[in-house]
Ligand binder design. Structure first.
Ligand code: NAD
Ligand code: MG
Length: 407
């Protein structure tokens, strides 16, 4: 049975829903807190987590009367304790405290940590059978071999919060698995959609951070510019909905109004549309199985006038091709793909490599790993984390030669 409730008759959620937000101080966290703020009487905050921004975390914990606050950086425990002095909010620091936050009994958990660091906390929520709104796509990319299976076993319900996957989630209910031909994930194309390869190669950090439509955290914004984000999303869709690589297409759609589509056997294509605002998919997850009032701008198609589409360019955006390759290879390849990309993005931010070298580092790391012959299905978080750590180490050792190599 799938952990994504495509055709659910689940009873409506309880009147006051307890919620936990992992990554509350980030961009998705901020949108989630915004939605909770608008319906204070419907939600009670169990736990909130952040990484280094203690003051922001403490402010949110006090505002929402959270029962527990956790900061991932262990060195910041005293600062958090002081910031929460005089309140009844319990607190903790370090990875174990973030996992504890996820394990506490909230009915609904937003998994919005950035990167593979979110895997263990997300699994802690999954293992106790919670409803988990999953924004943290790296969890699936890193641990896709077993994440959904474990969720299904625990009776957890995974609600896709990533906008494209949320769109697919909404559209997939129009038919059944046997009737499905393919899903289509749209991509804005990012800031370099029309750029020549040579210019993409030399793009600066400031240019990569200028996303045309979405306002997001730094890592995902850079991933959008390289289209690695779309690659991660192809892998995310494969694991979320148990799809084969050939059943997932990417379509460039610069206006970001259609987020995802599903084609069925009768040739019907069912799409979900909305203004590019993450509060819409998050509101869908927060209200599910009902719908709540969303704060995003209402869609005015007459004003927008035109929706346009292009095929993705796998030459100029090799990250997309590498993602499909990793998905086809399976058995840990997507874990390596994700880890190498995290290392590459950090190196690009630090000015150590050119933008164009991000994909080259990912390709070299995955190739090295395939050559090493260590391919085997991952069965536990420790397996996935070991592959992730080794891939990061390998990527770091390959970094200097990739940095020197011109395209
Ligand atoms: P962000 O960088 O703005 O926020 C990340 C959050 O995770 C912060 O609260 C940060 O404190 C926390 N965090 C970072 N490193 C951590 C660590 N090592 N341990 C514990 N906590 C840590 O990122 P974001 O844009 O909100 O993205 C969060 C996730 O959602 C990512 O996986 C991203 O791909 C996904 N996502 C984001 C968007 C978006 O619009 N921002 C859309 C779709 C999916
Ligand atoms: Mg997305």
């Amino acid at each position: 049975m799938s952990a994504v409730p495509l055709r659910s008759n689940k009873a409506a959620a309880s009147a006051v829903r307890s919620v936990t937000v992992l990554g509350a101080t980030g961009s998705i966290g901020d949108s989630t807190m915004d939605l909770l703020r608008a319906s204070r009487d419907r939600y009670r905050v169990e736990a909130l987590t952040g990484h280094t921004n203690v003051q922001g975390l403490a402010k949110l914990a006090k505002e929402f009367g959270a029962r527990f606050a956790a900061v991932a950086d262990p060195a910041r425990f005293t600062e958090l304790k002081e910031a929460l002095a005089g309140t009844r909010i319990e607190c903790g620091a370090g990875e174990s405290a973030v996992i504890e936050a996820a394990a506490r009994p909230a009915e609904w958990v937003m998994a919005a940590v950035s990167g593979a660091a979110g895997l263990k906390p997300a699994l802690a929520a999954v293992d106790r059978g919670a409803t988990v709104a999953l924004a943290n796509k790296e969890c699936l990319v890193c641990a896709g071999d077993f994440f959904m299976e474990r969720a299904a076993k625990a009776g957890a319900c995974i609600l896709p919060a990533d906008s494209e996957h949320n769109a697919l989630f909404q559209a997939l209910g129009s038919g059944n698995r046997e009737e499905l031909i393919r899903v289509i994930i749209t991509a804005s194309g990012g800031p370099f959609r029309t750029w020549a390869s040579a210019d993409i190669e030399q793009a600066t950090l400031a240019q990569a951070l200028k996303h045309p439509n979405w306002s997001m955290g730094q890592k995902i914004t850079i991933d959008s510019a390289s289209m690695m984000n779309k690659g991660l999303e192809v892998i995310e869709a494969a694991y979320l909905f148990a799809l084969k690589p050939d059943e997932i297409d990417v379509l460039v759609h610069p206006q970001s109004i259609i987020h995802g589509m599903v084609e069925f056997s009768d040739r019907s294509v069912v799409a979900q549309l909305g203004a590019p605002d993450m509060r819409t998919p998050i509101a869908h997850c927060l209200g599910w199985p009902d719908r709540i009032t969303g704060p995003a701008a209402r869609l005015d198609l007459a004003k927008i006038g035109q929706l346009t589409f292009e095929a993705p360019d796998f030459q100029r955006f090799p990250g997309l091709r590498l993602a499909y390759d990793a998905l086809r290879t399976g058995r840990g390849a997507t874990t390596v793909f994700n880890a190498a990309n995290e290392v590459a993005v950090a190196a690009f931010i630090a000015g150590q490599i050119r933008f164009g070298a991000i994909a080259r580092l990912v390709e070299a790391t995955v190739e090295d790993w395939i050559r090493s012959g260590n391919l085997a299905p991952l069965t536990s978080a420790d397996d996935a984390i070991a592959v992730d750590h080794n891939a990061r180490k390998k990527a770091a050792t390959l970094l200097p030669q990739i940095a020197l190599k011109a395209s």
